[in-house]
Design a protein around this ligand. Structure first.
Ligand code: UN1
Length: 515
């Protein structure tokens, strides 16, 4: 981009316009202690106010009171609120998508895609609001019926990360609301503005719901801005029976232990170190495109980003040079421009972590291609990089860790079983792929002795999951599942009910107790 283009951008003014047009009060954007920045230019967009611990206590207490009311509203009527939220998101997709790009640095189609993901989960949750059903189970006793019922759980805490600043909230909130829960959200301190925008759209949906006769109690949803202190309030409050937290494994280790200490539930969606295997029969054109998107897309800042690539020795020389070409020529720059594919890293810390990982990779014998800082004219305070491809012989050191940046470690293999073993030999277990046209290899990879991840794909990359499936992973990824399938069950409590409609009292297991 030329300097003149840079100067024609006025992101702070544009951000204020978008936020006020969505209904955010201007005073929420100035005078606060926390600078909200754009990674696109590195500039400060707004000064937002952190909530205090006392604010958090009050918001959670109100959400608990609201839950006691909301749970009484029939689920399909709760679904109506989520339907209206989906309508607000549809009507404001362009504005919110743009704000996601400005605040998180996503390219245009990914900013819009993030909002689409929110719309999709709203529609899923509306349907779900008529499908919160349990089983009827055969009982051993005559004239008895055994069944299970799913009841609302309570305040659902949501802690989300900067890289999907609003979609991950929507996965949790849309489902939690139809399940009869109230929701308190602590977004990443790096992305408070998209959270304020989303909260404003939710307020509009709530207002319309009430105008149309819906019964939504005050305090049903809450937003807590700030750092660790407010997050801790959510994790420690006995009125919060469930916290869904997305972020680093280090964060999850602390949050998970605190929740376990008070017997609250956790849905943890933590680090990924996602890999793909490229077998000799793979369609290499398709593989090239899939790997490029999964490894370089979103500047490597998805929890599902591809970080390790095992390439069969027979196709290594056909694939890897082409990949390097793609790395050398991919369009890096202002994510707000239509033709850009790689936007910025979120901040300096991400850049430093990337450089540390690359130097550790060199120490382990890795040959590093790319990875250097790219200066975009006029954006000297932003951190753009060329994605890095690292050819490395061993899976050690940085290859075993998640570095939240575009680094792809490429390793050759000969034997599929050995490759699967290496694939699984990292602490994380989120997402994975195999590229093959061999049915046995594909089925083996998705079978019990294949990938040990929560997501295992064939001939598509590990990132970019649809909302219809359950999303989450194993091992240090935390074990939680969000979004589609039956992930809703984690947001409700299950009661098993046995009803005796006869006149005698047979005891289970043949026990006799005649008084
Ligand atoms: C995340 O990076 O925290 O599957 C979530 C994907 C997206 C969600 C990623 N739908 O890549």
């Amino acid at each position: 981009m030329s300097p003149s283009q840079a100067h024609s951008l006025n992101l702070a003014a544009e951000t204020t316009d978008i936020l006020t047009s969505l209904g955010v009060a201007p005073e929420r954007l100035r005078g606060g202690a926390r600078a909200a920045r754009s990674p696109v230019t590195g500039e400060v967009l707004a000064q937002v106010h952190d909530d205090t611990r006392a604010d958090a206590t009050a918001v959670i207490a109100r959400a608990h009171g609201a839950f006691l009311q909301w749970r009484l509203v029939p689920a399909p009527k709760r679904g109506e609120l989520v339907r209206l939220l989906g309508e607000e998101l549809r009507a404001n997709k362009a504005a919110l998508g743009r704000l996601v790009s400005i605040e998180a640095g996503k390219i245009v189609s990914e900013g819009l895609g993030e909002v689409q993901e929110m719309i999709d989960i709203c529609e899923f949750a509306v349907g779900l609001s008529r499908q919160l059903y349990g089983l009827t189970i055969a009982t051993e006793r005559a004239e008895h019926r055994m069944m299970e019922t799913w009841h609302p759980l309570g305040v659902t805490g949501v802690i989300s990360a900067f890289n999907f600043p609003v979609a991950v909230w929507a996965w949790n909130a849309a489902v939690a609301l139809v399940c009869g829960n109230s929701v308190v959200w602590k977004p990443s301190e790096k992305t408070p503005l998209t959270a304020l925008a989303t909260d404003a759209l939710l307020a509009r949906a709530l207002a319309r719901y009430r105008r149309e006769g819906g019964d939504a109690p005050d305090g049903l949803t809450g937003l807590l801005l700030g750092g660790r202190a407010v997050g801790e309030m959510l994790v420690d409050d006995p009125n919060v029976p469930l916290v869904s937290a997305t972020g680093s494994t280090a964060m999850g280790r602390v949050v998970g232990a605190c929740l376990a200490g008070r017997f609250a539930r956790a849905i943890l969606e933590l680090g990924g170190n996602n890999a793909a295997i490229v077998a000799p029969s793979a369609d290499l054109d398709l593989t090239l495109r899939a790997v490029a998107f999964a490894a370089m897309g979103t500047a490597g800042q998805r929890c599902t980003s591809l970080r390790r690539l095992f390439v069969h020795a027979d196709v290594y020389e056909q694939l890897v040079p082409r990949l390097k070409q793609a790395y050398a020529s991919v369009a890096i720059g202002n994510p707000l421009q239509q033709d850009t594919l790689i936007g910025p890293l979120i901040d300096r810390g991400a850049y430093d972590a990337m450089q540390d990982a690359l130097s550790a990779a060199r120490d382990h014998g890795g040959r590093v291609f790319g990875g250097e800082r790219v200066t975009i004219g006029g954006f000297e305070n932003a951190y753009y990089v060329r994605p890095a491809l690292v050819e490395i012989g061993t899976q050690a050191g940085p290859v075993e860790r998640e570095t939240f940046a575009p680094i792809l470690y490429v390793m050759p293999y000969r034997d599929l079983d050995a490759a699967i073993k290496l694939h699984n030999a990292v602490p994380q277990g989120l997402s994975s792929s195999i590229f093959t046209n061999d049915l046995r290899e594909a089925e083996t990879f998705v079978s019990l002795r294949g990938s040990d991840c929560g997501i295992a794909n064939v001939n598509i990359g590990p990132s970019g999951a649809e909302i219809g499936g359950a999303f989450g992973g194993e091992k240090e990824t935390g074990g939680g599942r969000e979004s589609g399938s039956d992930a809703w069950k984690a947001y409700m409590r299950r009661a098993t009910n046995t009803v005796n409609y006869g006149r005698s009292l047979p005891l289970a297991q043949g026990v006799k107790f005649d008084i």
